[in-house]
Design a protein around this ligand. Structure first.
Ligand code: SAM
Ligand code: SF4
Ligand code: SF4
Length: 341
């Protein structure tokens, strides 16, 4: 069926499925606080419930699903969910974003279960810096996870690096070289003022323009490549053949072509990364709603969608953290690690 269009004629084709709000790292740009309020465990959707909701979204034109979190690999038996989803005929792209910490043990099972693509977040190659940035140890495990992903046969491997000024912005060249050495494509992500990024400051963002200048200083000029799909990354190639991407969500947002929505692990559906409220699909699901009743919640919401969160943030004269701490404590759904990056 033709995809459902929103008020700005953007199709509902991509769904980010957060399978847990828990995480085994505490990245400074995502979870900088000492304590968090977690989702109620009884509220987490079971694999059967997740699968049913995915079926519903597929029936409305979604073709791409990305599993995320929190850290998706801390959800027990994730490969079983992958296997259930991979069997769905309408799902042409099934991907996973992970911090890589538990990947070495899981890569083979995920591949066998039918996962198509894998993105690993990697912000530094220096162990001491990894510990400072994530407040946990484990860079070796992440690198072993990337190796295991290659061995398991994941070909379109991507590595995502959030660049923070004064933290890891001196590692652009080593990270690019490392990515090339493992046959992966690196994407630099601008530091975003998403919910949870309570320490965000404009001065700490290394923007697209500066990233390109710094990469060019190390490797020579970067030539733009045509976009491969509706992905938000702009792609470039360097004189030595290395390809890489930049996701300039902070200074050059791509809301105009945004086809993605997010489902939290407890079944709240968000139409935008910056939306302050989601639509609760869990309550009607557990109350026995049939597919028509659930579609009646989804269809009008998407049809009326006019969200352009990142563009609106860009227009703000005085830009700081998206949600203050008391608000995050009050509603954990505002957190990036809850709604899924
Ligand atoms: N835990 C997994 C991981 O880190 O890959 C998946 C969830 S994480 C929320 C998804 C992505 O969001 C990661 O690549 C992470 O770097 C990115 N992210 C989190 N906070 C961010 C921020 N403030 N600015 C830019 N990207 C951010
Ligand atoms: Fe880091 Fe991902 Fe965990 Fe956020 S959810 S703290 S980005 S590993
Ligand atoms: Fe899409 Fe909202 Fe992100 Fe813009 S800010 S790209 S509308 S999710």
């Amino acid at each position: 069926m033709p995809p459902l269009l929103d008020a700005l004629r953007r199709p509902l084709t991509s769904l980010r499925l957060s399978v847990t709000d828990r995480c085994n790292l505490r990245c400074a740009y995502c979870m900088p606080e000492e304590e968090y309020r977690w989702l109620d465990r009884a509220a987490l959707l079971t694999f059967e419930e997740l699968s049913r909701l995915v079926d519903l979204f597929l029936s409305l034109g979604v073709t791409k699903v990305r599993l995320t979190g929190g850290e998706p690999l801390v959800r027990r038996d994730l490969a079983e969910l992958v296997a259930q989803l991979a069997r769905k005929p309408g799902l042409t792209d099934l991907a996973l974003t992970t911090n890589g910490l538990l990947l070495a043990a899981e890569a083979g099972a995920l591949r066998r279960a039918g996962l198509h693509r894998l993105t690993v977040s990697l912000d530094t190659l220096e162990p001491a810096r990894f510990e400072r940035l994530t407040r946990r140890s484990g860079l070796d495990q992440v690198l072993a996870g990337i190796e295991a992903a290659r061995t398991a046969g994941f070909r379109e491997l991507k590595l995502d690096t959030v660049v923070l000024r004064g933290v890891n912005d001196d590692e652009l060249a080593p990270l690019l070289r490392y990515a090339k050495s493992v046959g992966a494509e690196l994407r630099f992500i601008e530091y975003m003022d998403v919910g949870g990024a309570t320490r965000w400051r404009r001065e700490d963002v290394v923007d697209r323009r500066e990233l390109l200048a710094r990469v060019a200083a190390a490797f020579g000029p970067a030539t733009p490549l045509p976009a491969r799909d509706a992905a938000p990354a702009e792609r470039f190639v360097l004189p030595d053949g290395t390809t890489f991407g930049i996701i300039a969500s902070t200074t050059a947002p791509f809301c105009r072509s945004c086809d993605r929505s997010r489902l939290t692990a407890d079944g709240h559906w968000f139409l935008c990364l910056y939306a302050t409220r989601g639509i609760d699909l869990r309550a009607p699901l557990r109350a026995g709603a049939d597919d028509a009743a659930l579609r009646a919640l989804i269809v009008p919401a998407w049809s009326g969608r006019s969200d352009r969160g990142a563009e609106e943030r860009l227009a703000l004269a005085d830009r700081g953290a998206f949600a203050p701490l008391p608000q995050l404590r009050d509603d954990p759904h505002l957190e990036m690690h809850t709604r899924g990056g």
